[in-house]
Design a binder for this molecule. Structure first.
Ligand code: HEC
Ligand code: HEC
Ligand code: HEC
Ligand code: HEC
Ligand code: HEC
Ligand code: HEC
Ligand code: HEC
Ligand code: HEC
Length: 423
């Protein structure tokens, strides 16, 4: 008898649980229509935690209610999520990601690209449409230039918005891969990555004995993502005078210093986009943040030796790079390469990337964006193969080619001037 009562009580509990579930899931008019229009989207959303509390209208507004007024649907920005997640949003806004669009728009080179490569979600814009704080940020040049953005939804893909998904290293892969920033390839091939990925299948509860991207770059779930060296691996001031010599040449190549070594307007861009750490305190603070993470698993002496060694590898790479820049700069100074329209100085401009007119500058661009990046980034991501063979070794090859080409260009130039003089 008691058992039967128990059974009824159980059924009662079960039904009220289901009833409660549907009451909280609150079917909305948006979902009723969208389950026909975009069924997978509705399904994704309802699997997530937010579906228990939110409806579509919480993020998209309720002005659009039919096929005819789709334009009235709001597309969320950081501001939307910030209403309920101020901690994560504020950290994110202080970090480097939120400057993605600033960096892109500041590049002289971006404006030479076909618009489709900038505003869509596959060219530069595919990774850099970051930092859309409000609806107004989507409007550039008087129209919807960046209609769709990719801030919080980068790691927490819509409409799953899952914490677990954002915590896996693959959440970073799509953007941090490939030619000039192959952190994914370097990490996943390193002892760190290999150990993490193996443990994820062997014994998932042990996977965090090796660090993934988030362990080092988002310690304690901090959304302020930043690094000491930044993308370009330049910093100021530099105590080592020899290294400062190389750095000065690199900064001239970046157009941050003019050929005489005076700061240019681009220094303001570097400041606005936080492209480089410009005080020792700033650099050290970022450095400490990450090194403290290493020390949770390794001994301090091991970590310090490792990081100091990594900095020395950056210096060695800079030596080759500075020599290459100076070689190409010599060709400008001697009138062998002419300035392009709009080019400020008779000096190679690294920030024009591949938009250059000579073969020798194409090689310099590859040395900059491909080989120096790998040499430097791999040293911090514990990947000996990338640091050596895809990085430093290729830089050596670039330098030989640049010097040989420079020689040929000088000879051809000399012959051409002799000929015109004879005429
Ligand atoms: C009667 C059907 C219907 C209802 C109700 C409806 N939608 Fe839509 N919605 C559509 C259709 C159809 C589209 C796609 C139009 C297209 O892509 O051409 C759309 C598109 C959207 C978009 C994409 C907008 C863009 O610019 O890409 C969002 C966001 C959206 N709906 C949210 C909502 C929300 C929130 C509600 C409830 C407040 C809602 N919808 C109610 C039919 C509906
Ligand atoms: C927590 C906030 C949030 C909720 C709730 C939400 N969305 Fe979205 N939605 C987003 C974000 C973020 C984007 C991407 C915006 C962008 O690309 O700039 C998006 C984009 C969209 C788009 C256009 C992009 C595409 O892939 O087609 C549609 C349509 C859409 N949502 C419909 C819905 C519907 C229907 C619901 C309810 C089932 C819903 N959303 C609930 C945040 C939300
Ligand atoms: C109206 C308030 C509200 C808005 C707006 C909102 N959220 Fe949430 N969010 C919540 C609530 C409530 C939870 C559930 C907390 C819980 O159950 O632990 C949540 C949970 C989450 C989680 C954790 C999910 C998990 O797997 O644990 C993520 C990630 C998240 N939100 C991201 C976003 C993003 C991104 C946006 C903007 C596109 C957004 N939220 C907008 C209220 C909101
Ligand atoms: C670069 C990837 C990345 C981006 C971009 C990102 N997140 Fe997260 N988010 C994470 C990770 C990783 C976690 C898990 C942190 C942890 O382990 O506590 C997380 C956790 C969360 C949580 C759950 C917090 C908790 O402890 O339950 C919320 C809410 C959230 N993020 C909101 C946001 C919002 C809002 C934005 C945009 C302003 C955003 N995230 C952008 C990676 C990201
Ligand atoms: C073991 C810790 C660790 C892991 C794991 C890790 N990183 Fe890093 N990362 C570093 C260190 C250290 C630096 C250099 C910091 C400095 O400048 O002092 C760095 C720098 C970076 C930079 C700046 C440019 C560069 O490459 O030096 C990016 C971007 C980056 N990491 C992304 C990632 C991504 C994405 C992943 C995962 C695929 C990842 N990192 C995994 C430690 C780590
Ligand atoms: C949508 C593409 C995208 C995703 C996904 C993404 N990032 Fe980034 N990340 C960027 C871009 C673009 C920048 C450079 C921002 C700028 O231009 O200022 C950046 C910058 C960084 C930096 C700072 C480098 C510096 O200059 O100091 C780190 C570290 C970093 N990301 C780590 C991560 C980690 C870890 C994840 C995953 C948890 C991740 N990112 C996910 C696009 C992305
Ligand atoms: C696959 C994604 C992706 C694409 C496509 C992409 N970027 Fe980036 N970009 C990144 C990431 C990730 C970083 C940060 C890498 C790091 O710090 O190692 C970055 C960094 C930068 C930076 C340096 C920002 C800083 O403050 O340090 C500039 C400038 C830049 N990108 C411009 C461009 C331009 C211009 C294009 C198009 C020709 C482009 N990017 C295409 C992902 C991308
Ligand atoms: C969550 C723990 C953890 C963190 C954090 C961590 N490591 Fe590791 N590290 C490991 C594990 C596990 C291995 C692989 C086991 C081994 O090689 O003995 C490893 C391997 C290494 C190796 C290769 C050693 C070898 O003998 O092959 C180097 C170098 C290294 N870590 C340096 C660092 C640096 C520098 C940092 C910080 C930027 C760091 N680690 C952060 C756990 C960690």
């Amino acid at each position: 008898m008691g058992n039967v009562l128990g059974f009824y009580l159980f059924l009662f509990g079960l039904f009220s649980f289901i009833g409660m579930g549907t009451a909280i899931a609150k079917p909305s008019p948006c979902e009723d229509c969208h389950v026909k229009i975009t069924p997978m989207m509705v399904k994704d959303f309802n699997r997530g935690k937010m579906a228990k509390v939110l409806t579509c209208a919480d993020c998209h507004g309720s002005d659009h209610m039919s096929e005819k007024d789709v334009d009235k649907a709001k597309l969320p920005t950081i501001e939307t999520c910030k209403q309920c997640h101020p901690e994560q949003a504020n950290q994110y806004l202080e970090g480097k990601h939120a400057l993605g669009l600033v960096a892109l728009q500041a590049m002289p080179y971006t404006h030479m690209q076909p618009k489709a490569f900038v505003e869509g979600q596959k060219g530069c814009g595919g990774c850099h449409t970051l930092g859309l704080k409000t609806q107004a940020d989507r409007q550039t040049e008087g129209r919807k230039y960046y209609k769709y953005g990719m801030d919080c939804q980068n790691c927490h893909t819509r409409h799953a918005f899952s914490k677990a998904e954002a915590s896996e290293p693959e959440a970073c892969e799509t953007c941090h891969m490939g030619f000039d920033h192959p952190q994914w390839e370097m990490w996943s091939g390193s002892k760190h990555g290999v150990t993490y990925l193996m443990e994820r299948t062997i014994d998932p509860k042990n996977k965090d004995r090796a660090p993934k991207c988030q362990t080092c770059h988002m310690p304690k779930g901090n959304h302020r993502v930043f690094s000491a060296w930044g993308f370009l691996a330049v910093r100021l001031p530099e105590d080592d005078p020899e290294w400062m010599g190389y750095r000065a040449t690199i900064l001239k190549g970046l157009g941050v210093l003019d050929p005489n070594g005076k700061p240019t307007a681009r220094l303001d861009v570097v400041k606005a986009g936080k492209v480089a750490r410009l005080t020792k305190e700033d650099f050290e603070a970022e450095r400490r943040r990450i090194v403290d993470v290493c020390k949770e698993c390794h001994s301090p002496a091991f970590v310090d030796a490792n990081i100091q060694n990594a900095d020395k590898m950056v210096k060695a790479a800079d030596k080759l790079f500075a020599e290459a820049i100076a070689t190409v700069a010599g060709l400008y100074q001697d009138g062998i390469i002419q300035k392009k329209p709009g080019q400020a100085y008779a000096y190679p401009d690294l920030l024009t990337f591949y938009d250059v007119n000579t073969k020798v500058e194409e090689i310099l661009y590859e040395m900059f964006m491909d080989h120096r990046m790998k040499a430097f980034q791999a040293t911090f991501h514990m990947n000996p193969d990338y640091a050596t063979w895809y990085g430093y070794a290729k830089m050596k090859k670039d330098l030989v080619e640049i010097k040989e080409l420079a020689q040929e260009m000088r000879q051809a130039h000399f012959k051409a001037t002799v000929k015109t003089r004879k005429k």
